[in-house]
Design a protein around this ligand. Structure first.
Ligand code: ADP
Length: 270
């Protein structure tokens, strides 16, 4: 990797001494490049639905005397508008979380409440595919952090699990104490993620299959949001996945008081 040094020379003292400052700008350049890429990606992602919307508006004008076509095109316009809304919402969420690193006012957060809240909000999409959302072993655990951020991260993980799974499958959300942390996992029986892509899926706008991800309504920002939620808690997000069998995402967050309270096993809900 190329290294960049910015060298500054300042006069110092009466005998012609100089002060030479050499500043390593490699990191600065890398951050700049990432920022430029992100802006270019956002512009591209915004242009696609906006382009589709203006094309559809033109088509609708031409099809004014065909009510069936008008209804069809209006439906597609709604779909593109919704995509635009999700993208803007995710961009706002991402920038808000990046501004909240580390979590400004951490509180005790009951894991079961956050898990059930996230499951409730994903139930409609899951039901449409006859996917059962199950919570197991989440009782009695508490993290030290931000409830809203935790729910946001879990919703993104559960949304993905549902989006990338076939009908009539199960998504299991479970939690366990792990030293001074709590590990919360979301497991699906879906399409899985090729090993070569597993490292990159947490990057903003990275998708394994762009067409498929767009079709499921994904913005490409979900896992980047999860990664920042983990970072804001000084935690971590990891993935285990096997193509064709499913994926498990594990979010590790600090336990309340530094020690996780062991959960009472509740086998009946698993
Ligand atoms: P998207 O909005 O495209 O789902 P994400 O950042 O949430 O964006 O995920 C990035 C990519 O990782 C997805 O496009 C998909 O290819 C892959 N992915 C994420 N979660 C899963 C999962 N549970 N099963 C299979 N692939 C997944």
């Amino acid at each position: 990797e190329a290294t960049n040094f910015a060298v500054r020379v300042a006069p110092l003292g009466p005998y012609g001494q100089v002060l030479v400052l050499a500043e390593d700008q490699t990191e600065h350049h890398r951050v700049e490049a990432v920022r430029r890429d992100f802006v270019a990606n956002v512009s591209h992602e915004l242009k696609t639905p906006v382009g589709a919307l203006s094309l559809l508006a033109e088509t609708i004008q031409d099809a004014a005397d065909d009510p069936e076509a008008v209804t069809r095109f209006a439906g597609r316009m709604q779909h593109e508008a919704a995509r635009l809304t999700y993208l803007v919402q995710d961009l706002i969420t991402l920038s808000r979380i990046q501004g909240a690193e580390p979590v400004p006012t951490p509180c005790p957060v009951p894991v079961d409440e956050a898990v059930h809240d996230a499951i409730d909000r994903c139930n409609t999409t899951a039901a449409a595919k006859d996917i059962t959302l199950v919570a197991g072993g989440v009782e009695g655990l508490q993290i030290w952090g931000d409830e809203e951020l935790l729910v946001t991260a879990l919703r993104n993980l559960i949304d993905n699990a549902v989006a990338y799974s076939p009908e009539h499958t199960r998504v299991v959300v479970s939690a366990r104490p792990a030293g001074d942390s709590v590990e919360i996992s979301v497991s699906d029986q879906g399409i899985g993620i090729p090993e070569s892509a597993q490292e990159r899926i947490f990057e903003r706008f990275f998708r394994v299959d762009t067409a498929r991800s767009r079709a499921t309504g994904g913005t490409g920002l979900g896992l980047a949001i999860v990664k920042h939620v983990a970072a804001a808690h000084n935690g971590a997000i990891t993935v285990w996945s096997k193509e064709g069998s499913g994926s498990t995402f594990t979010l590790r967050l600090p336990a309340l008081g530094g020690v996780a309270v062991p959960a009472t096993p509740d086998i009946s809900t698993i």
